[in-house]
Ligand binder design. Structure first.
Ligand SMILES: C[S@@+](CC[C@H](N)C(=O)[O-])C[C@H]1O[C@@H](n2cnc3c(N)ncnc32)[C@H](O)[C@@H]1O
Length: 217
């Protein structure tokens, strides 16, 4: 694994909502969203995703790297963690935090719709608070790309906002619904694009929901 990140690449074109300008404040924002339980939320994600030592893990839309760092601690030196995000400032902060934690994550500036990884190479792909930043057609293209890079039987784990639970962010975006609609739509999209056994679970903090599915062998 290379220690140096590909952080100086130009910002790639995407119709996703890249959060480059928000990068310096992003960790504070997540602290607020989870009412100070951001670290516990990352650990809960790693636990629900059943990440094990030795696994090859990719986080798509890794932002400032908090979840990728938690994954790197879990896979230990036998495994490897990769992170991509189209926002160069996010990747710079992620690299800085990872180096400070004395861990290895191979970061790249990149997009879910064109993943720079070989077919069948990852045990698990993580997508945390990212899918709602994509227009619908990119969600489908992204899921097809994720499916391509996963090994047969590999997992896709998604953390998203649960629109059926009250939170400031859902309220501000006018996203409160009677059921966990976004997760249910994502589940259908996963089932239509090469995944099976998709499960949805509530998370403890931040009105978050967790989905996990397996690549059809
Ligand atoms: C809300 S942040 C989530 C960051 C991190 N995963 C977390 O859990 O804190 C969403 C991220 O998705 C990224 N993003 C937007 N469009 C994308 C795309 N087409 N491919 C990959 N990531 C994208 C944004 O730049 C941003 O960093």
């Amino acid at each position: 694994m290379h220690k140096k990140a590909h952080t100086h690449a130009a910002k790639p074109k995407t119709e996703g909502n890249t959060l480059d300008g928000m990068a310096p404040f992003y960790d504070k924002f997540v602290q607020m969203l989870t009412l100070g339980k951001d670290k516990k939320t990352r650990l809960e994600t790693i636990s629900l995703a059943k990440i094990k030592p030795g696994e090859q893990v990719l986080e798509v839309g890794c932002g400032t790297g908090s979840l990728a760092i938690a994954a790197a601690q879990k896979v230990e030196t036998k495994g490897a963690v990769f992170g991509i995000d189209p926002a160069p400032k996010m990747i710079e902060i992620a690299q800085r935090k990872t180096t400070k934690a004395n861990l290895l994550v191979e970061y790249r500036v990149g997009v879910i719709e064109d993943l720079p990884y070989p077919d069948n190479s990852m045990d698990i792909v993580l997508s945390s608070l990212m899918m709602h930043h994509l227009p619908d057609h990119l969600k489908t293209i992204g899921l097809i790309e994720v499916n391509r890079v996963l090994k047969p039987g590999g997992r896709l784990a998604i953390v998203e906002l649960d629109s059926s639970r009250f939170s400031l962010i859902n309220f501000v975006h006018g996203r409160i619904t009677s059921e966990n609609r976004f997760a249910l739509e994502l589940k259908q999209l996963m089932l239509s694009n090469g995944f099976c056994e998709v499960e949805i679970k509530d998370m403890r903090y931040g009105s978050l929901t967790f989905l996990m599915g397996t690549k059809l062998s």
